[in-house]
Design a protein. Structure first.
Length: 203
């Protein structure tokens, strides 16, 4: 059965719930459901990424890869109402929820669409890409997200990643270093790493 959160069409029976959560000093109302990642609360990794993310100095759109029901992308869209935030996921149920949650929270500067990794993303000059990657989908999927993100960033654009040490943070850092040359560990907490890599002129 396709019940994991990184499947296109989860087969778990729909059982939607609503709840409220504070992110960056703003209270959001979320609708979640079975078959999506962290349906009962915003997971610790996503919260840590939201808390430590800083808007890039360059202009341009932002991208949330593996957006789920939308906590990262919607929070970032609220922080930067002048920017368009792309939100992509392979999970159709999650995408529908992300659209509903944008409406629930009156957030309009977003575009939500289906994409396996970044395959369906046309924009090539993102100022920042954020991801809490689907570790259970496998290392190859995660590394593909890193490589594709590098190609989609503008010069001066940044890739922000949250990943646990036990789920591959050291190998993620090595891959990001091979792509970007340098990786900053912005924060470490409870085994989670917040990584930031910037695309430079020489990349």
């Amino acid at each position: 059965m396709a019940n994991h959160y990184y499947s296109s069409t989860p087969e778990s029976e729909s059982s939607p719930v609503y709840w409220e959560y504070m992110l960056k000093n703003k209270t959001f109302r979320f609708k979640t459901d079975a078959g999506v990642f962290s349906k009962k609360e915003v997971d610790f990794g996503s919260r840590l990424l939201i808390e430590h993310f800083e808007l890039p100095k360059i202009e341009g759109a932002l991208l949330d890869v593996g957006c789920g029901y939308g906590p990262i992308g919607l929070s970032i869209a609220t922080q930067s109402p002048e920017r368009l935030v792309h939100m992509v996921d392979v999970n159709q149920r999650a995408l529908a929820l992300a659209k509903e949650n944008a409406e629930l929270n009156r957030i309009s500067n977003i575009t939500v669409y289906e994409s396996d990794r970044l395959e369906a993303v046309v924009e090539n000059q993102f100022a920042a890409i954020l991801t809490n990657p689907p570790i259970r989908a496998g290392k190859q999927v995660v590394m593909d997200i890193f490589r594709q993100s590098f190609r989609k960033l503008a010069v001066g654009g940044q890739l922000w990643v949250v990943i646990q040490k036990k789920q591959g943070a050291p190998s993620a850092i090595k891959e990001l270093e091979s792509l970007f040359g340098e990786v900053e560990t912005v924060e470490r907490s409870k085994g989670y790493y917040i990584l930031k890599a910037e695309k430079s002129l020489t990349d």
